[in-house]
Design a binder for this molecule. Sequence first.
Ligand SMILES: [Zn+2]
Ligand SMILES: [Zn+2]
Length: 201
Amino acid sequence: MNINDELYKVGLALHGHKCPAMPLGLRAGLAAMEVLGVQHAPDGQLTALVEIDRNHCSTCFADGIQVATGCTFGKGNIRSLGYGKFALTLIDNKTSRSVRVVVTHEAMRRSQESEFIKFRKQGTPASQIDSALVEPLIDQVLAEKTEVLFTVEPVKEIKLTPIAPHAFDTIFCAECGEVTVERYARVKHGKIVCIPCAEKI
Ligand SMILES: [Zn+2]
Ligand SMILES: [Zn+2]
């Protein structure tokens, strides 16, 4: 895989800047899909559990996972477990087969010791760092052997709690007038309102 690959281009368009963590997420998603023998999910066929949290290094990892697997924030089939770790568990919802893919020490070390990360640590936004510093890292991540980037754990069964079916019914909040999915409506002084209006005193 290289930067001319359509998947990388889509990832970059979604993500917005060049960094090594988004491509690492692409590779993690692809590695997990290959093990499970599944394709990019057009609907909710797959679930991705990512172990990152917020406001720490390499959270860009999750955007690559979304692009590669089709598990997206919008479809609701990606979840952050908030451990501050760099691993993906991909689940085939039909068969309950899952695989956990963990970024190796080596792959993290390459990123952490790079000039690119020195600038990031100093607070420079990724988009303002010289491309010449990041492009070799991206090339390396895209071309690297899977086993250098990830430890792939044995396939195991994970039974997720079934999620509620998609709700399509909506109401108009009696206070602010905004459209609200019915399941989230609340009753306040006998009126049907949205959550923010219900919480206002
Ligand atoms: Zn990034
Ligand atoms: Zn309201």
